[in-house]
Design a protein around this ligand. Sequence first.
Ligand SMILES: Cc1cc2nc3c(=O)[nH]c(=O)nc-3n(C[C@H](O)[C@H](O)[C@@H](O)COP(=O)(O)O)c2cc1C
Length: 435
Amino acid sequence: MMSKKMRLGVFLMGAGHHIGAWRHPKAAADAYESIDFYRQVALLAEKGKLDMLFISDALSLTEKSHPSELVRFEPLTLVSALAMTTAKIGLAATASTTYNEPFHIARKFASIDHLSNGRSAWNIVTSYYEEEAYNFGDLPHPPHAKRYERAAEFVEVAKKLWRSWERGAVIRNQQTGIYFDANKVHAVNHKGKYFSVKGPLNASALPQGEPVLIQAGSSTYGTKFAARYADVVFTAQQHLRGAKRFYRNLKEQVAAAGRLPEEVLVMPGISPITANSKEEAEAIYEELQSLLDEETSLAFLSDYLGKVSFSRKQLHQPLSIADLPPTNGNQSRRDLIVELASREQLTVLQLARRVAGARGHHIVCGSPTQIADVMETWFREKGADGFNLMFPYYPGLMETFIEQVIPILQQRGLFRLDYEGETLRSHLGLHEHQV
Ligand SMILES: Cc1cc2nc3c(=O)[nH]c(=O)nc-3n(C[C@H](O)[C@H](O)[C@@H](O)COP(=O)(O)O)c2cc1C
């Protein structure tokens, strides 16, 4: 029996992660703005004893945006609703450090942590879409390095705010009339390059001390930031070799930053298609591929590559790496896609169709045992401490996984039989933050 347990989140994305998902007859096409849908999948995730729900975000759309990015719930609002319909599972919401202020974000996560009794997590992103800038004044989207510089100061300020109320500061003694101990509440008085924040926060010490901090960005700046601040790193990895390289590199950086490598969990995305056999699972994948439309698939690819437009002729030729412009967006995803194209010698159209399957994440087709085998191998060989599950369509493929793959992982001693603690930090085996 293995004592270390695999950590599993589920990345909820409305109808599904496959770009054609919303057209699949078994998918919930109205999922993006349906609380009934989210409530149903959240309960399913809790039934499977998963560690957390994960909600991504963006702050803009264009006429080419996919349905998943046209209309959707704001993540913090959504997780606060789900906190009321679940009891144990962690609630991870994405919020950008580029288009928010630290006081707002620190306060909102403090509220979520209180109202969920210690189940909050913040997926810290710096925003990858240039268009987001147009919704926040006239300034251009800041360059990649500046976004990460601001993100670091942002998190420092948020941490100071979360520490501004010591535990025990709230007294609420009805006899003496003393509500709180002012000696245990501290101003923050932060003055830095990007922010000036006096504090304290108008929320008492969080049940978890701090929300679980998730980082999703794998560039050089991204991993440096993660090594310093993250509890969990969400990353896209296509194959075990690359995952092991990323894992080793990140854990080395964590140690160099003066932290323990096991304090930071690496959770790549995985998109499992579970069926009775590998052939049946591949048939589901092909059915989803048949629902793709060329234009949306190419729009996704173009975004990831840094807004490239392709001529008709280029679509049937290999991707020309030399012609790619520099990008201010998601650098690690672009590197991954470029590597995939050259490794498998894909034409632009074939590449667009591949990326459409799980936005560059690893797709695995197989029987329940085969899916569990892949996950176990990545886990044992130090390519992953766990996974963020990204089902091609919901709820069907998630149900199959929860009913058929989770019990195998449990029988192998790789995954919990039940929740042992109350907070997300305890599910993940992370220490509680002292305040
Ligand atoms: C797996 C993964 C998921 C991400 N999810 C989001 C997201 O939901 N919203 C967002 O604005 N950025 C998201 N990002 C973007 C990063 O947070 C970062 O802002 C962007 O600059 C890309 O990071 P990188 O260049 O360090 O790889 C994600 C990045 C990765 C690798």
